[in-house]
Design a protein around this ligand. Structure first.
Ligand code: SAJ
Length: 485
């Protein structure tokens, strides 16, 4: 029986975060809907957003072009409001969920799906027939049609596909470009059946300007999202490995990079990215593990479901999962090695300056995982600092955008952090660090032979070497063994 297909007039967005807020605002501003409701749990960490949003104030930090005025407009027009009352779901035609799935703790690389599961249960509790449910969060392939579907069906007593539509439309937004990304990126949309795919496509078409819909199955959509980040992580790992090789062979990685990147013509390109002190953030460090979990869990499920078709297979011994390790997991290991390599360069630099690491003072410049941002999730600066603290170094931290991070004091005063430092280590390419003046820094350190370790290729090695610094830089095999001035 085909589901009663109501036109979508009232939309709910669950999770007023950096994905949900722009998504809800764009739905409300599209003019295609009579009402958009932002559903936000009144939790200690995020409940404050409800009142702010209803005043038309944007609770997100950082500069987000267009978001502020669009929000004010749709609140004033009464087409958008925020509420903690999930019973409102019963009157909605479509509900999207944009709840993040962070690591429970980075050590075990397992995502914490609890917030998403709670959001799904709250939606399920009030779900009415004919509603479209869309998951925007990044999930392990198999989740939407598996765990998520079960939670929704159990909480609602309805059947997905028959009574309500269910799809995955992964978010692809970058801080600082939220509105533009949602409007202009192509939108992958995958439903548990073709009707769900089509209904989700209709929903997202209302906010696209340049972007177009890429319809596919729900699992393909889940694989696409995790793969787009696993492949970026892989590209970065390739640049990191090549940079380590260049250091070992006394070569400037950036000369090699320029050559490789120059090779482009019809159908020929090289996506060479940049090496660095590590890969942080809320996407790349975890999405490869989502993909790996998906292929294991879904692979097994698919084989169990197709036992009959597979009964006479001849090639089972040649199963890739027994014979080769994952390139994506290897890429994760290479990228997670880079903070350790920064530590190695620091120790080498101290050695050349005739110093020990114990009781040395290593000034960390940059705590955010991304340039010109205050986002510290999975920052590579943390493992780097831990290694030095373990060796008895004093490791003060400077970051112009970050105010605090757990129990670590973060200073906005560069002179205070660099004062008396044996080493200055650049972990994040904040624009301020491109203008560092060697002579001034040397005076602040008060050291005859200070060390500079550049993890993001933001300073000119020769300017520091001339001032008497010991220089070390990732990928700078041409300078890392320089004669002391
Ligand atoms: N990084 C490198 N070398 C590079 C690029 C990045 O070491 O060449 C490091 C950065 O320093 C950072 C980490 O990788 O620590 C992640 O950087 P990122 O530029 O990928 O920023 P993210 O994590 O915000 O990635 C987001 C992702 N967007 C979504 O998941 C929706 C990613 O898919 C996008 O490709 C990326 O933005 C983007 O292209 O802006």
């Amino acid at each position: 029986m085909r589901m009663a297909k109501r036109p979508v007039r009232r939309v709910g967005v669950v999770g007023m975060g950096y994905v949900g807020i722009p998504s809800a605002v764009l739905f409300a501003a599209s003019g295609a809907f009579s009402e958009v409701i932002g559903l936000q749990r009144d939790s200690p960490s995020s409940g404050y957003k409800i009142a702010m949003l209803n005043r038309g104030e944007n609770p997100l930090k950082g500069v987000e072009p267009d978001l502020g005025e669009l929000l004010a407009k749709v609140v004033a027009a009464g087409t958008f409001r925020c509420s903690p009352d999930f019973s409102l779901v019963s009157g909605l035609d479509a509900v999207t969920l944009a709840i993040q799935t962070p690591f429970r703790n980075p050590a075990d690389l397992v995502p914490d799906f609890t917030p998403l599961h709670e959001g799904l249960a709250s939606v399920g509790e009030h779900l009415s027939k004919g509603t479209l449910v869309v998951i925007e969060s990044t999930v392990t392939p198999g989740t939407t049609g598996g765990t998520a579907r079960k939670i929704l069906e159990k909480a609602s007593g309805l059947v997905a596909g028959r009574d309500f539509a269910l799809a995955h439309a992964p978010e692809r937004v970058m801080a600082g470009r939220l509105i533009r990304n949602i409007r202009e990126h192509d939108r992958v949309v995958g439903g548990i059946d073709s009707a769900s795919t089509e209904r989700a496509a209709e929903l997202y078409r209302t906010v696209l300007t340049k972007g177009r819909i890429l319809p596919m199955t729900v699992v393909a959509a889940e694989v696409e999202k995790t793969a787009e980040n696993a492949l970026r992580d892989l590209q970065i790992a390739a640049a990191n490995q090549l940079a380590l090789y260049c250091e070992a062979m006394g070569v400037n990685f950036y000369d090699v990079r320029a050559g490789v990147a120059s090779l482009k013509e019809e159908g020929v390109t090289r996506g060479i990215l940049y090496p660095g002190a590590g890969v942080g953030g809320h996407c790349l460090p975890k999405d490869s593990y989502h993909l790996e979990r998906g292929v294991k869990e879904l692979g097994k499920k698919l084989r169990n479901e197709h036992k009959k078709e597979l009964r006479n297979e001849l090639g089972k011994e040649l199963n890739f999962q027994n014979d080769i390790s994952s390139l994506f997991l290897l890429a994760r290991q290479i990228n997670d090695f880079m903070p350790k390599h920064m530590y190695r360069l620091t120790l080498d630099g101290l050695g050349r300056a005739g110093k020990e690491v114990k009781n040395s003072r290593v000034a960390v410049l940059g705590w955010a995982f991304l340039q010109n941002s205050d986002d510290t999730r999975n920052t590579p600066s943390e493992p780097y600092r831990k290694l030095l603290k373990r060796d008895g170094a004093d490791v003060p931290v400077h970051d112009p955008y970050v105010d605090q991070y757990r129990n670590i004091q973060i200073s906005h005063k560069l002179k205070e952090v660099v004062f008396g430092a044996d080493v200055i280590a650049i972990l994040t390419p904040h624009k301020q660090y491109r203008r560092l003046v060697p002579a001034k820094l040397k005076v602040w350190t008060g050291k005859e032979r200070p060390v500079i370790v550049d993890g993001r290729n933001v300073v000119d090695p020769d300017a520091f070497i001339r001032e008497g610094f010991v220089y070390k830089g990732i990928g700078r095999g041409d300078r890392n063994l320089h004669p002391l001035a």
